[in-house]
Design a protein around this ligand. Structure first.
Ligand code: SF4
Ligand code: SF4
Length: 122
């Protein structure tokens, strides 16, 4: 089974489909979502957008160690990444180019990277 290599690339930046205005609106409406209050409080939009995704910096990402400093506080969106209880490789999710979990897809599968154009698995 693939293990996270702790490269930190999925948090630097975090790519998310909703922009900051949408996040704020959704957080107001979906008050029982554990992700949105956390995102509103701790993620800062960089203004960068690629392939329909918005880039965020997270307060808890340590750029030096490239590790999350809020392991116990992480919301479900962080805890479940990348497969969220689905079979590894069974759904297309954004995986940075260096992400170890790209190995869960069959070779040649074109996988979104967030920052770059979607790239096939070697
Ligand atoms: S809480 Fe941790 S895992 Fe989640 S985005 Fe921030 S640094 Fe990454
Ligand atoms: S990009 Fe992939 S391998 Fe790197 S820290 Fe995130 S989940 Fe782990």
């Amino acid at each position: 089974m693939t293990e996270c290599s702790a490269c930190g690339d999925c948090c630097d930046p975090v790519w998310y489909p909703w922009g900051p205005a949408d996040v704020r609106q959704l957080a107001e409406r979906l008050v029982d979502s554990p992700d949105l209050p956390f995102i509103t409080e701790h993620w800062r939009a960089t203004g960068e957008q690629r392939n329909g995704m918005h880039a965020y910096e997270c307060d808890f990402f340590d750029a030096e160690s490239r590790l999350c400093t809020a392991h116990d506080l992480r919301p479900p969106i962080c805890r479940g990444y990348p497969w969220y209880s689905h079979e590894p490789g069974s759904r297309l999710v954004v995986l940075p180019l260096q992400c170890a979990f790209r190995a869960d897809y069959p070779p040649g599968t074109v996988v979104p990277t967030g920052e770059e154009e979607p790239q096939p698995v070697a």
